[in-house]
Design a protein around this ligand. Structure first.
Ligand code: TLP
Length: 350
């Protein structure tokens, strides 16, 4: 039980005592000179786990995606992604502003374009059109509510892209949530992806950092991009060390977050004024619609006053994310608060 139930994001997780100890004791060196042993250890560990040749530590998921995309593409190309992708919505148009890339958003049901959608979005070789430079996938899918796609679905899209000579980047900020729920290894999801970005500082609880993994040549290009963007850090083993703790000890417990999200979603789905599709609640994210006009703002305001923090993602939708710093009791408390606030609202037609 915590003083405040913070359901705004799994980015709010605090480092564990073991992480803090690892930070204090980390062996470090200058990572721009590739002399930080702890960073090298984390990069090698990540590459191995994802079945790739090399890894690169970056400060954030946003930098991982940006460096990831830039290292595959040339200005003037087009990248294909889901219309609700994080790269499209929440990365300040980095691909356009810095990469000179045009985005080609595809409308999808669960956040994952089908092989047919990708096939028809890939540009023909023609004087008038931009060349398709990259296909980006996201798993789990944030704005679709933590939905999961299987390694086979990724492979099917990957094969279409590769048949046209187009590489694939996977935004796997929460790929370990997908792996835990489907009981698969992350390397299976990575097999047909040329690069994967994953975050240490979401459900895994590390204070900062992401890894970008791919082939040796690709990671060498990414290292240059990271330096160009000012992301070459020096004695950054102090951040890699808690990342190693995250990767080695924090993955399996994600199942608990998924169970808590389900409990929360089931409770919410009973409430008047709330519309929630339980089938979409597959991992640690719960998105629901609030039907009474102004209801979403009111919920944010009133839950905060009752020490439950939630996040509004558009005028009528709320997102809740479970994580290691929210326990079962906290979920029950949050549900109590929602019950109190929705009392008297008209029932939504589900
Ligand atoms: N997502 C954050 C916000 O930016 C919305 C959150 O609270 O969920 N890919 C995906 C799928 C993400 O959800 C995020 C973070 C990122 C990339 C970027 O990671 P950071 O925040 O480390 O730059």
């Amino acid at each position: 039980m915590h003083e405040i139930v913070d359901l705004r994001s799994d980015t709010l997780t605090l480092p564990t005592p073991a992480m803090r100890q690892a930070m204090a004791e980390a062996e470090v060196g200058d990572d721009v000179w590739e002399e930080d042993p702890t960073v090298k250890r984390l990069e090698a560990m990540a590459a191995k786990r994802f079945g790739k040749e090399a890894g690169l530590f970056v400060v954030s998921g946003t930098m991982g995606n940006l460096v990831g995309v830039l290292s595959h593409t040339e200005p003037g190309q087009e990248i294909i992604l889901d219309a609700d992708a994080h790269i499209y919505h929440y990365e300040v148009a980095g691909a356009a502003r810095i990469g000179g890339l045009q985005t080609r958003p595809l409308q999808t049901e669960r956040g994952f374009p089908s092989p047919e959608q990708v096939r028809s979005a890939i540009r023909p070789i023609n004087l008038h059109v931009p060349a398709t430079g990259l296909v980006c996938l996201e798993n789990t899918h944030n704005r679709h509510g933590g939905t999961v796609c299987s390694p086979e679905e990724i492979a099917a899209v990957g094969q279409v892209a590769h048949a046209h000579g187009v590489p694939v980047h996977l935004d796997g900020a929460r790929i370990f949530n997908a792996a835990v729920v489907l009981k698969r290894e992350v390397r299976e999801f990575a097999r047909e992806a040329d690069s994967v970005q994953f975050c240490l500082s979401k459900g895994l609880g590390a204070p900062a950092g992401s890894l970008l993994v791919g082939s040796r040549d690709y990671v060498a290009r990414a290292r240059r991009w990271r330096k160009r963007l000012g992301g070459g850090l020096r004695q950054v083993g102090v951040l890699a060390a808690p990342g190693i703790v995250a990767l080695t000890t924090m993955v399996d417990r994600l199942a608990e977050d998924h169970d808590n999200a389900r409990l929360l979603a089931e409770g919410l789905s009973q409430l008047p004024g709330i519309r929630l599709d339980l089938e979409r609640v597959q991992t640690n994210i719960v998105i629901f619609q609030v039907d009474p006009p102004g209801g979403a703002e009111a919920l944010v305001r009133e839950t905060t006053l009752r020490k439950v923090k939630i996040h509004q993602i558009n005028p009528t939708s709320i997102r809740l994310v479970t994580h290691k710093d929210v326990d079962r009791e906290d979920i029950h408390r949050a549900l109590e608060v929602f019950r109190e606030l929705c009392r008297g609202w008209p029932r939504s037609s589900k």
